[in-house]
Unconditional design. Structure first.
Lengths: 422, 546
């Protein structure tokens, strides 16, 4: 039976009207009316300012919003009836919207955008989060230009972030992606990124779409796919990333989308990552990662107590995942007082590798493996917050770099575990 | 063939723009003349044009291709004499072809006796016929038009030891229209030619007639007053004669030149022309629909004049900076192609000699609201020579056949007023009237057909326009309507095949009849009307309820 198309007839009709395009900006949405209007207007300004001659299109893949999200996106069109008041536009700018089937799923949204990019034969495509309220028109240029003119296939962002923002990225996702795949991609799981038309076709041909990572965690799967496919990578500094309140974020969901997708990728890409023993930087366009230091209130105590209770309550699960020496060490530090507590680089790297191997061997349900890592990550995050309480931006970055080096150094242990010799 | 007695004849006209010098030389001196032009009237009649616009043919030092007139009451000796002109005029009228002559009101040549008198002394009776000043600081800030050659709008006259005002070249002093004697004299000039039988005037550079301190010295109310005065006299003494304004201005400023139907009958739509080229290159209708939406309504008796190319550069004054940069990059990448604020190229080379694009642009010219003007030679796809200096590259001899001097002149080739185009692609051996007359599918034959269809349908000259906005922005579609006649025009601006769905529900029940082949297309129903169109293809459909 033929696979059902993810593109509705109505959306296909809109794509026919757009025709061939040079650049595309995709915006995956689901009930983002509060912010998406500002974001698409900024995208529009960026396209008019930096790509006035190119055939440009904004594509919104919507998960079935019940607010005015699609209407707000369509309002960014410049055509016979809607004019641009801020900048002069040479040509029509389509801003189209499609509701994909199956309910909100980032992966489906991205697949819709990828399919649009391929059908419209675009040279460069960027994806922008509808919640990125700090977006400037320059983001569009910084994302699209390196692909459109600079010969790169995949561009990830660099942001100006608070030193305590993106803890999961700093303590797990970045260091492990780097150690596994040998490329120093600072934001492998990003809300903003860009890619070439050629890479869009490559992405669409990947196996991920029938798997869970094709629904959630797709962003990191795309990064890994770009790396393993040998495409030309770069990272481009965008600007400030809006602060996300960590309390509001669902850690387990985030772990599934990032760590789950990362662990999952190790299976099909064994031949690639097993051959990497170090990492290489990728070209950085614009400024490097910037760190801001303004005071930020974070409930460290809660992290610590959740780590402790997690180690205690999940002991049977952890026993099946971790080596006895690692579990013993974790139990030892969980007994320490808060002031003496330290979840060091080596122990944390070893812990992740043992989780990755157990995921591979499916010692228990793979989803449970990923979930069980969450409380341990909280302990590591606690140490990161304490250690960097007084640190400057450079010191924070150096500490992240030290941890990355530790991960790379200990990577052979994963290979041993993977091959079952330990 | 009798000429129409309709006083609004200009609304249905197809105008052919030509310089006497360029068309046909009968005395083998290397320069075209009125006798030659008269001999070629059969060609123009066969082409189907209904009016000829003659560029300046008056005595002149020819430092600006005749726009520097030294005598308004005669004919330049190179082109013949007044009797030759009269014979030509009569022959044209006998063929139903009207004649529009160029009249340069704003300035004269510095060789004109009026200026020679004026500069002699401050007491000379003609002193006040021009705009003099002791300093070059008056009217500060007024833009310079020929930026490539002029540094100031003032020039120092060593004879008179004063500055004189000139908006164009420094050898073209501006007349002083604050002086009633000047206004009266220019009316005498027009009266002279109308009494000979000319049918209208193309008035050159009209926005600049009057100067006032603290203004741009363009489009001033006083200038409009001068023009209205001339129009009133023309209507009073010679009804049915037509005035055409050359005012390279934005639509809102142009509107004033129609007055309340009491100033000009027609005006060139300068801002539309570059946007037609832009829309074609962008493959997007937006530049065209945008400028036409900004175009104000004009009095019922008035009409826009549309053109693709003319004797000047493809002017880019009436576009934004961004649009100008785009046009230069797309149409004039070689710096030789640029002059002043524009592009000095003919139609065919601008369109890469692509027959489909040439046809599409002519289709637009003939179907958008206005009276079309064809620049001589563009009907056969003549090329240009961008290395000839100034705008002479688009003013080369007409290419009649592939033999001696392209059939233009029996003179030695070295003595021609201008070198012929010799390029293997556009040269006269490849592109000429004689060879194109032999084939039904030549550009010339195609031009004859489209002119014939256009002339047979007054709705295209006089009808209203309503744009359709299909979602496919590469398709420019509109309905022209006059009384019960409706014509649907659909243009594909893209280099690739396109599908388009048109909302024609209000024409439900009509059948579409394609106007060139007269083939019937399906009846309009409730559903969107689907058309598939080849690259650069266009359709004209008559809507018929049968």
């Amino acid at each position: 039976m033929a696979e059902e198309s993810i593109l509705t007839d109505e959306f296909l009709r809109q794509l026919i009207d757009v025709g061939e395009a040079d650049v595309l900006v995709g915006v995956p949405t689901y009930n983002n009316a509060a912010t998406v209007g500002q974001v698409v207007q900024t995208i529009r300004a960026g396209l008019l300012k930096y790509f006035p001659r190119e055939r440009a299109v904004i594509v919104n893949a919507d998960g079935g919003s019940r607010d005015q999200t699609p209407e707000l996106v369509r309002g960014a069109s410049i055509n016979d009836l809607q004019h641009s008041t801020d900048l002069t536009a040479l040509r029509t700018l389509h801003s189209i919207s499609a509701e994909y089937a199956g309910g909100p799923a980032t992966g489906t949204a991205l697949r819709t955008i990828l399919a649009s990019a391929e059908l419209l034969r675009v040279s460069a495509c960027a994806v922008v989060s509808p919640e990125s309220t700090t977006i400037e028109p320059e983001w569009i240029e910084r994302l699209l230009r390196p692909v459109y003119k600079g010969n790169f296939d995949f561009v990830t962002p660099l942001y100006r972030r608070h030193k305590f923002d993106g803890l999961l990225m700093r303590n797990l996702v970045y260091p492990m992606t780097r150690a596994f795949y040998g490329k120093q991609v600072r934001e492998p799981y990003a809300a903003e990124f860009s890619f070439s038309g050629q890479l869009a076709s490559h992405f669409l041909g990947q196996e991920i779409w029938t798997h869970e990572v094709g629904q959630a965690g797709t962003e990191i799967a795309l990064t890994i796919s770009a790396i393993t496919g040998g495409f030309r990578l770069a990272q481009s500094f965008l600007g400030a990333k809006p602060h996300v309140d960590a309390r509001a974020a669902d850690l387990v969901a985030a772990m599934r989308q990032t760590v789950g997708a990362l662990f999952w990728s190790l299976e099909p890409n064994f031949s690639v990552w097993s051959a990497k023993s170090d990492s290489q930087p990728i070209p950085t366009l614009g400024a490097a990662q910037e760190v801001t230091l303004e005071p930020l209130r974070i409930n460290r105590k809660r992290l610590f107590s959740m780590f402790r209770s997690g180690v205690a309550e999940l002991e049977p699960v952890l026993k099946s995942i971790l080596s006895s020496s690692t579990l013993t060490e974790l139990q030892r530090i969980s007994a320490l007082e808060e002031d003496d507590f330290l979840f060091g680089d080596e122990l944390w790297a070893r812990t992740i590798y043992e989780f990755a191997a157990s995921y591979h061997k499916a010692v228990i349900s793979r989803d449970h493996v990923v979930q069980a890592l969450a409380p341990l990550y909280r302990g590591r995050a606690f140490t990161f917050l304490v250690e960097n309480r007084e640190a400057s931006g450079e010191q924070v970055e150096q500490n992240v770099e030290d941890f990355c080096m530790t991960c790379e150094r200990l990577k052979p242990s994963l290979l041993e575990l993977w091959n079952g010799r330990k | 063939m009798p000429m129409s007695q309709d006083q609004l004849w200009y609304k249905d006209a197809i105008i052919y723009q030509v310089h006497v010098r360029t068309f046909f030389d009968t005395n083998a001196d290397g320069i075209g003349d009125f006798r030659g032009l008269a001999q070629k009237l059969d060609y123009l009649q066969d082409l189907g044009v209904s009016a000829v616009w003659l560029m300046p043919f008056f005595p002149s030092p020819l430092r600006d291709d005749g726009y520097d007139i030294a005598d308004y009451f005669s004919v330049h000796s190179s082109y013949g004499n007044l009797e030759d002109f009269k014979s030509f005029l009569q022959a044209a009228h006998e063929r139903g072809i009207r004649v529009i002559v160029e009249m340069v009101l704003n300035h004269t040549s510095d060789q004109h006796p009026w200026f020679q008198e004026s500069r002699k002394s401050q007491d000379n009776p003609k002193r006040d016929w021009y705009v003099w000043s002791d300093t070059d600081t008056k009217y500060h800030g007024v833009r310079i038009i020929f930026v490539d050659t002029e540094l100031s709008n003032w020039a120092w006259d060593p004879v008179s030891k004063a500055y004189y005002w000139h908006r164009f070249f420094s050898h073209q002093p501006d007349l002083n229209y604050d002086n009633p004697a000047v206004r009266e004299e220019m009316w005498k000039v027009m009266k002279f030619w109308v009494e000979l039988g000319v049918d209208g005037f193309r008035l050159d550079a009209v926005p600049y007639l009057v100067e006032r301190e603290g203004t741009s010295c363009e489009n001033l109310p006083e200038t409009h007053a001068v023009l209205k005065e001339l129009r009133a006299k023309l209507d009073q003494h010679f009804p049915g004669k037509m005035l055409l304004a050359e005012a390279n201005q934005w639509p809102a400023d142009l509107r004033a030149y129609f007055g309340e139907g009491d100033e000009f009958h027609m005006a060139f739509h300068f801002p539309l022309m570059p946007r037609m080229f832009m829309g074609l290159k962008l493959e997007d209708r937006k530049p065209i629909t945008e400028i036409l939406k900004q175009t104000p309504q004009i009095p019922a008796s008035c009409q826009w004049c549309l053109f693709l190319r003319n004797h000047d550069e493809l002017t880019l004054e009436m576009v934004t900076d961004m649009e100008r940069d785009y046009m230069y990059d797309q149409y004039a990448i070689d710096k030789h192609m640029r002059i002043n604020v524009g592009i000095r190229r003919r139609l065919a080379p601008l369109l890469d000699n692509d027959r489909r694009r040439i046809e599409l642009m002519n289709g637009l010219l003939m179907s958008l609201p206005g009276t079309p003007i064809i620049y001589y030679g563009d009907e056969i796809g003549m090329g240009d020579n961008i290395y000839l200096g100034d705008r002479n590259g688009v003013r080369t001899p007409m290419q009649w056949q592939g033999g001696w001097n392209a059939g233009f002149s029996g003179a030695d080739p070295e003595s021609l007023y201008s070198p012929l185009v010799l390029n293997p692609v556009y040269g006269y051996q490849a592109v000429n009237v004689e060879s194109q007359k032999r084939f039904d599918h030549s550009l010339l034959s195609w031009m004859k057909r489209i002119i014939k269809v256009r002339k047979a349908n007054p709705v295209l000259g006089r009808g209203s326009i309503e744009f359709l906005y299909p979602a496919n922005h590469r398709i420019l579609a509109y309905v022209r309507q006059l009384d019960k006649e409706s014509i649907l025009v659909v243009n594909n601006l893209s280099s690739t095949a396109q599908a388009v769905e048109l909302d024609l529900r209000r024409f439900k029940g009509n059948i579409l009849i394609e106007m060139f082949g007269r083939n019937i297309f399906p009846r309009v129903g409730d559903l969107p009307y689907l058309l598939t169109m080849g690259p650069y293809q266009f359709y004209w459909f008559r809507l018929r309820k049968i």
